[in-house]
Design a protein around this ligand. Structure first.
Ligand code: ADP
Ligand code: MG
Length: 324
């Protein structure tokens, strides 16, 4: 089974940032209000994610690291309308097959916590461990047993950059969750939650300039809702890495929606400029397939044409007011 998990890891775990993504998404699925992310050497040496979510019962720890064991969907019908970020049940076994891995947890109602160690896919025994309510996952020495993959990891700063970029996209979508990051023992990033609202997170993540120049979008129709911000055409600092799209809260890349945004800007944007945007598209989950790729970066819409036109019209309308 270790070999199968390692093969799956090839699709799910590209680099430290993909590990952070999978583990933080698990924390959010568990209802965490605060997630602590400790990294060493760009995540290659250590990724430790601690959450204050619902936790895992001691006797369920082995299940959590076994293949296709997900607590999130019970049948294929549930997959039609999946509301959690995870559902494939392969992240933990994949990550645990290519690292020195530890899962420690305690449910709020339990008296004691417990931990399970997995080394390169070899699952150890459940041991008692002191733990606050919630879960900690520790991933050490990523790809230590897969030299061919380890060779493809980049410099510490590059890997850290990928992690921070993904966290920025998460921070934009979840102003209700506090995120704290440390790197090599020093605090490096903190997104506070609480009385902060989405607009404040926008300034915090993409800068005051973007926040000041952004147009607020919120439009519904045909069972679709598009909300968020687009930069006004005069905003000059826009770049391709200020393009954030979320479908039902999930950060995705979608060429059709990206095209619709560009098209809406066509008349107002100077040649060569990139649009900058943070857009959330909400629709009935049955109208979108999120199970297109193991890493879930892409989705497939049932009615892609309709969605393209909805996004185009909404933004064209909003931008028309900027042309005075
Ligand atoms: P998936 O997220 O697709 O269900 P994973 O391999 O990521 O699969 O996780 C396996 C299972 O382990 C989850 O379904 C969940 O029950 C449990 N789990 C993982 N991480 C956490 C966490 N941080 N808190 C509570 N439960 C967790
Ligand atoms: Mg998961």
């Amino acid at each position: 089974d270790t070999l199968i998990n390692q093969i799956a890891a090839g699709e799910v775990v590209e680099r430290p940032a993909s590990v952070v993504k999978e583990l933080v998404e698990n924390a959010l699925d568990a209802g965490a209000r605060r997630v602590d992310i400790d990294l060493e050497e760009g995540g290659v040496r250590l990724i430790r994610i601690r959450d204050d979510g619902g936790g895992i019962a001691a006797e369920e720890l082995p299940l959590a690291v076994s293949r296709h064991a997900t607590s999130k969907i019970a049948s294929l019908d549930d997959l039609e309308a999946v509301a959690t970020l995870g559902f494939r049940g392969e992240a933990l076994p994949s990550i645990a097959s290519v690292s020195r891995f530890q899962l420690a947890s305690r449910r709020p109602g339990d008296e004691h916590g417990a931990a399970l160690q997995v080394d390169g896919g070899r699952v150890g025994e459940i041991v008692p461990k002191a733990h606050a309510p919630g879960t900690t996952v520790e991933v050490r020495d990523l790809f230590f047993n897969v030299p061919a993959r380890r060779k493809f990891l980049r410099a510490e700063r590059t890997e850290l950059g990928h992690i921070e970029e993904w966290l920025r996209s998460l921070a934009l979508a979840r102003p209700d969750v506090e995120l704290r990051v440390s790197h090599n023992g020093k605090p490096s990033r903190r997104y506070k939650a609480g009385d902060i609202d989405a607009a404040a997170r926008l300034a915090e993540t993409l800068g005051e300039d973007f926040a000041r120049s952004a147009l607020r979008i919120d439009h519904s129709g045909a069972g679709l809702r598009l909300h968020g911000w687009i930069a006004q055409p005069h905003y000059s600092r826009a770049s391709a890495d200020q393009q954030y799209l979320y479908v039902n809260g999930r950060s995705v890349r979608d060429r059709s929606v990206a095209h619709a945004v560009k098209l809406a800007y066509q008349d107002v944007l100077f040649h060569g400029r990139q649009p900058a945007y943070v857009l959330f598209l909400e629709l009935d989950p049955v109208r979108v397939d999120v199970n297109v790729h193991p890493a879930k970066h892409e989705v497939r819409f049932r009615d892609a044409r309709l969605i393209h036109d909805f996004v185009f019209r909404t933004l064209q309308e909003a931008l028309a007011h900027t042309r005075a």
